[in-house]
Design a protein around this ligand. Structure first.
Ligand code: DX5
Ligand code: ZN
Length: 222
């Protein structure tokens, strides 16, 4: 399957956000990854629904909204209403992750559960048959530009194994510290969706950066 590349707008220039969104779209991004942080679940604060709405108006690409917030269920309708096509809630932040997943789907978006680096894949075993995507964090959530945590590779492989043995259908997304140098290992372990902030928005040429993340052998059709 063709790799999905989702540049993370966290590393974009927020003062020129609509231009950055259009530039990433023109450069061949498949999705746009939007990092929402509340200063509680993670130490950083970023954006809310009005900015998601502004991003949606600047691009027709699917918006992949990663909620790093406490009590995400309170805000699902606001983010889907603002234009989120995919919504990730953190397993660690939900009282009952299955309920959040059901609500995202009922709102008409694709549902994803995210796991912090220290949360084992097994913690989400009961919800795997019901999700559209599993987001594996390969850095501690909160900031762009951190180094990839290598133990994530085994978690990706475990998720891919579980998916195959249970006939589940979720995509595997990996987020944090991905570069042109380590992306082949991430994809070989079983990742379908690659999030990259610094590796795209820190580059002079977004199109070459996205192509480098797609890899040399990734020519299969969408
Ligand atoms: C971290 C965010 C990531 C981050 C990735 O909390 O979830 O999406 O923006 O940025 P890089 O690719 O720079 O690690
Ligand atoms: Zn993210």
């Amino acid at each position: 399957m063709r790799r999905t590349i989702a540049p993370s707008l966290l590393s974009a220039d927020f003062g020129r956000l609509a231009d950055e969104v259009r530039a990433a779209t023109r450069a061949g991004a498949d999705w746009l990854h939007v990092d929402v942080m509340d200063g509680h679940f993670v130490p950083n604060i970023t954006i809310g629904p009005p900015i998601v709405d502004a991003i949606r108006k600047a691009s027709t690409l699917p918006l992949d909204v990663h909620l790093m917030i406490t009590d995400p269920q309170r805000y699902l309708a606001a983010f889907v209403g603002a234009g989120a096509s995919w919504v990730s809630v953190h397993h660690e932040a939900c009282a009952v992750p299955r309920e959040a997943v059901a609500e995202i789907r009922a709102l008409g978006a694709h549902a994803s559960v995210a796991l912090n680096p220290e949360t084992p894949v097994a913690a989400a075993a009961d919800v795997l048959p019901e999700i559209d995507m599993l987001l594996l964090m390969s850095v501690h959530p909160g900031f762009g530009g951190q180094a990839f945590i290598p133990t994530t590779l085994a978690k990706i492989a475990e998720a891919a194994r579980l998916r195959a043995t249970t006939n589940a259908r979720f995509l595997i997304e990996v987020d944090g510290g991905i570069t042109a140098e380590n992306v082949e290992r991430v994809a070989a372990a079983g990742a379908d969706v690659i999030v990259a902030g610094t590796a795209v928005f820190g580059a002079d040429d977004y199109a070459s950066a996205i192509n480098a993340l797609r890899g040399p052998t990734d020519g299969s059709p969408r």
